[in-house]
Design a protein around this ligand. Sequence first.
Ligand code: UD1
Length: 363
Amino acid sequence: MKLLLVAGARPNFMKIAPLIREIGRRRQDGAALEFRLVHTGQHYDAKMSEVFFAELGIPAPDINLDVGSGSHAVQTANVMTRFEPVCLEERPDWVVVVGDVNSTMACTLVAAKMGIRVAHVEAGLRSFDRTMPEEINRIVTDALADLLLTPSEDANENLRREGVPDNKIRLVGNVMIDTLVANLEKARAGTLLQDLGIAGEEFIYVTLHRPANVDGRESLTRIMDELRRCADRCPVVFPMHPRTRKMCEEFGISLNGSSGLRIIEPVGYHASLALTEQARLVITDSGGLQEESTYFRTPCLTLRPNTERPVTVTVGSNGLTTMGRLRDEIAETLQRARRLGESPPLWDGNTAGRIVAALVDEE
Ligand code: UD1
């Protein structure tokens, strides 16, 4: 069985790594499993891509489509035109896509039209908010995929409601947690907190990059003002996504941190895990951080009106917030327990095994 594994943007890399490890394990046991790794090049900066390959031990991609940045249409189209010849050349049995980025949807469209089966890892998540580009990507990908590998029961319900037959859906758990568990020791051995001079102190870990938060002048100005105010009381560590940095520059928002606000370059995977585990509070609009903070039971405030990951709220340590409520909710959360909620079922570090077993079962 030959798999074409697709990764394109930062949050994809931690979902692909455990699959590659599991395939390697099965090959050692004599399984006739082969894979090629395709990097679409949606993310290309070393800090957004290479560092994750190095830290997670992902082999260099067999094929790099080098698509780079662009509008949604341009980026999607570039992935499609460059991925089609790869499918023709490689003739895989399955294209495996992960997450909800433009690369996920683009490669799914190409494979489906060529009659190549598609497996979607992290299927069934829905924010019910079609102003989010990722929601469009999720809907299209799940409508076309042949095997829908879901992280939680709510995802199965969403798919059933959309009329997906049960025999296409497998509840496998959260593959990102496989990577988290496998990297915990290395994350704990890092020195970022010492380097920032906040080891052992309470601090807030912030990541924000969603267009709805950062692409508007008023919204981004308010966010940065609020973080500066907050940092007067509790150090705030904010590794800034290139989109957010670009928008701050465009709007003339100063990036000089006050003494409490540490605006730093995007951090690697291990440093981000360490920040998430040790923070007193995480403030984010990232899907991945909602899940990682849930695993660590670190309180998290998600600056979004909705989440496609509702278990992080119903079971985990996450809560949704708005700009208007942020100040009060930060103060309230800092009064609450240091650890909240629980880890959802099947977020156990063994999801990649269940994914590869599901693929093998289908043959
Ligand atoms: C993308 C995903 C989003 C995911 C995020 C994680 C889509 C629609 N969005 O958003 O779901 O949460 O990745 O990071 O697929 N840029 C760089 N260097 C890079 C990559 C991007 O400077 O390596 C800058 C460029 O100016 C680019 C902008 O960031 O225009 C946005 O990049 P893009 O990949 O279009 O979207 P993200 O905001 O990163």
